[in-house]
Write a protein that binds this ligand. Structure first.
Ligand code: ZN
Length: 484
């Protein structure tokens, strides 16, 4: 039952606030297995909305879904040197099955490159078999020591795309295309602005040639890596002997890409939009976009109000709006408002006897604006317009907040001040010498990392001349931040 106590505010303790938003909205819960989480129906519904939107975008660009096994022979992981080094420390390994010790231990997939490219070596013979464009929706396991609901859990849900191409240019185009799809999804569906760019060598995916990412700023000014797209080059093709006959009769290794987003996005959505009253969910991803709360005192009122509420529900449903009628009896309207607010439902309709008589409803928005009375006539388009406006406003607010907390051309002194937390942290765009040692020193002293070497549209108008840290000539502008 809803209790009316407020939650910890963002200003008091951002991390406690985050957990309380999740608990209060019943999005997820802790499991008896440390580091794993239970995704409750309200949280899973958001993930399903995300899946549907992304799946459509993947299919519209020619990808198909398939499914590969949860278990991977342990020897597979060690075939690609960087890959095993990157993932071995966090794998879960099955050594026994059916009461017997296995001849070869099985790794619970931390990601599926190895088993998928093993299969591709059987399926690809000729350039005519290319490209292969496959996506998998699955769970993966990475043995994390420090976990947080949605953001970092030992088991999580995700999609992993794995493609094979005849040329480097085709693979690079695919890597870029999927980064673009992730950006479009983040901005148009999650209302979460992102910076796109390339990861440095130290931050790239284990075994990749190049990694690209979308990075978003959370309300505590930390960065969240929200999706990655990798050009794997021919590294895995060599390790798994994925070769093909070229158009002119020669033999070559294929070029691979992989790309993924996970249930981490739900955490990103929460930390981008929610407030001290609970979850704020962009309308396009909300489980229920509209909730109808009938208001009555007498039995006679209950009958007429409920009848009208049901008719409205049917009308809105028929118009393609995800609508829920909260007809629970024995619960006061105020308690219901409080509960739906904590759950982030974008629009609430209150229908009382006077509304029924006047042919109107009372509309309350989860964010922005006062309650207003709307005619029942033409309600669906009016609500759709309200949701479109809210979706747009959430994006604009998040973008304005990110830009207000981004600094360009910072000196070392300013950088230290920002990252020390006195300035609350933020995104810092600055020159970088390109040296891994310099990058490592900054990380050690400030905990800030290079999130990406930003794509052109995010770079400063004038390229920085020198490294913000060591003063040597700058080879690339870097986006620095503390990250989740
Ligand atoms: Zn430097």
């Amino acid at each position: 039952m809803a209790d009316q106590k407020g939650i910890t505010t963002r200003a008091q303790d951002f991390s406690a606030w985050y957990n309380e938003v999740i608990m209060r909205a019943e999005l997820a819960d802790y499991s008896p297995v440390r580091g794993c989480m239970v995704i409750r129906p309200n949280g899973y519904a958001i993930w399903e909305q995300m899946q549907q939107a992304l799946d459509r975008m993947f299919k519209d660009t020619g990808h198909q879904n398939a499914y590969f096994p949860l278990f991977i022979p342990q020897s597979f992981l060690s075939r690609e040197a960087e890959h095993v080094e990157g993932f071995a420390p966090e794998t879960a390994v099955v050594t026994h099955g059916g009461g017997k010790e296995l001849e070869e231990p099985l790794v619970v997939r931390p990601t599926s490159e190895t088993i998928i490219y093993h299969m591709y070596s059987k399926w690809i013979q000729s350039y005519r078999d290319l490209p292969i464009l496959i996506n998998q929706w699955a769970n993966v396991v990475r043995w994390e020591l420090r976990t947080r609901l949605f953001l970092r859990t030992t088991e999580f849900l995700w999609q992993e795309g794995h493609t094979a191409h005849a040329t480097e240019a085709d693979a690079e185009a695919e890597t870029r295309q999927m980064l673009g799809i992730y950006r479009r999804f983040a901005e148009e569906w999650m209302a979460m602005p992102v910076v796109t760019g390339r990861k440095t060598e130290s931050e790239k995916f284990a075994g990749a040639l190049r990694t690209f990412a979308i990075e978003a700023m959370m309300q505590d000014n930390r960065a969240l890596q929200a999706g990655t797209s990798h050009n794997l080059g021919q590294n895995f093709a060599r390790a798994f002997e994925v070769t093909f006959q070229t158009a002119d009769g020669g033999m070559d290794h294929v070029w691979n890409t992989s790309w993924g987003v996970s249930t981490r996005l739900v955490g990103g959505l929460i930390m981008t939009h929610s407030d001290d009253n609970g979850l704020v969910c962009p309308p396009r991803l909300a489980q229920w976009q509209v909730v109808i709360v009938p208001i009555w005192k007498t039995d006679q009122e209950l009958a007429t109000v409920t009848e009208t509420a049901r008719r409205l529900q049917q009308e809105l449903h028929a118009a393609g709006i995800r609508v829920h009628l909260d007809a629970r009896e024995g619960m006061k309207p105020g308690a219901k408002y409080y509960e739906w607010e904590a759950r982030g439902v974008p629009l609430r309709l209150e229908v009382g006897p006077r509304d029924v008589a006047g042919g109107t409803v009372m509309l309350a928005r989860r964010t922005g604006g006062k309650k207003e009375s709307l005619p029942m006539e033409g309600l669906a388009p009016a609500l759709q317009a309200a949701m479109d406006a809210m979706q747009h406003e959430l994006f604009e607010a998040a973008l304005a907040r990110r830009e207000a907390n981004s600094i360009r051309g910072a000196t070392k002194e300013k950088f230290l001040e920002v990252m020390s937390g006195q300035g609350g942290g933020g995104f810092v765009y600055a020159g970088w010498c390109g040296e891994a040692s310099c990058e490592a020193e900054i990380k050690e002293q400030t905990k800030a990392t290079i999130r990406v070497l930003p794509d052109e549209e995010f770079r400063s108008p004038e390229a920085p001349a020198s490294c913000m840290w060591c003063g040597r000539p700058s080879t690339a502008e870097a986006l620095w931040a503390k990250a989740y």
